[in-house]
Write a protein that binds this ligand. Structure first.
Ligand SMILES: [Zn+2]
Length: 258
């Protein structure tokens, strides 16, 4: 059975969620982790989790969607209220995005640090978004002295960076990137990891798999990610599904409590 550890099922591409979840269950994709992105998203995904027991959620402010007009204090207060009242498995999706089109890196960093402090206060793991910012995220973990681990979603760093996250109690999110033959570095890193080091994800509706460019991605395709992992690591796909699911539940101890 497969878990999609990262999909944005609250995005408008998924207008018929009950039908999508049914299709997923039909092919063995049984559970989903939906991370928050903006303050407005939190209410949506909290409601979604109430309706669908297959959905676990994380709440947080995604660096890509940060608004310069954000009133950070009231937002953090709201986030903390939700963390107290709503069953969540992590604080996320939080992190840093160093893509050239992102102008507000210092604001991203400030928001990241505050959310890491909140996660630490509530003893919750985090879901990291990282684009060309792995070393800065590792630095932030040290500054906050954060020790609850979590998932580095869509990991695309080096083996050395992977090791440093793993040493801090993280697993790496492996998604559609590895389905592209040109993704040599990501494939090499995947092959050098142990079975305990990673989880499967799609990042749907983003990050389409090879052969599906231009279409919205779907949690149905987490099976194709598993299939590619199975080929690259020369392991049966059932085994990959089994250990990646166990890894996710290990780093997110609230998984069974919510
Ligand atoms: Zn995401």
């Amino acid at each position: 059975m497969f878990i999609d550890s990262h999909c944005h099922l609250d995005f408008p591409q998924f207008e018929n969620l009950p039908r999508l979840i049914d299709s997923c269950l039909g092919v063995g994709v049984t559970d989903f982790l939906v991370p928050g992105t903006t303050e407005e998203s939190w209410h949506r995904i909290i409601q979604m989790a109430k309706l669908h027991p297959q959905i676990r959620i994380a709440l947080g402010l995604h660096p890509y969607f940060l608004d310069d007009k954000l009133s950070l204090d009231s937002c953090l207060e709201q986030l903390e209220c939700h963390l107290m009242e709503v069953p969540t498995v992590a604080v996320g999706e939080i992190g840093l995005d160093k893509w050239s089109g992102m102008p507000n890196y210092s604001l991203q960093y400030e928001v990241l640090i505050e959310q890491l402090k909140l996660a630490k206060k509530w003893k919750l793991p985090v879901i990291f978004h990282s684009r060309k910012s792995e070393d800065d995220l590792l630095k932030a973990l040290r500054i906050v002295n954060f020790e609850y681990g979590g998932v580095v979603h869509a990991f695309n760093g080096s083996y050395e960076q992977a090791k440093r996250f793993i040493d801090q109690g993280f697993v790496l999110g492996i998604g559609g990137t590895i389905t592209y033959p040109r993704a040599q570095k990501a494939r090499r890193v995947l092959k050098s990891l142990t079975d305990q080091d990673f989880v499967l994800e799609t990042d749907a509706p983003d990050m389409p798999l090879c052969g599906h460019q231009g279409q919205p991605n779907s949690p149905l395709r987490v099976r194709d990610v598993a299939q590619q992992v199975s080929i690259l690591r020369e392991q049966p796909v059932g085994l990959v599904a089994q250990y990646t699911s166990a890894n996710l539940k290990r780093v997110l101890p609230n998984w069974h409590r919510v």
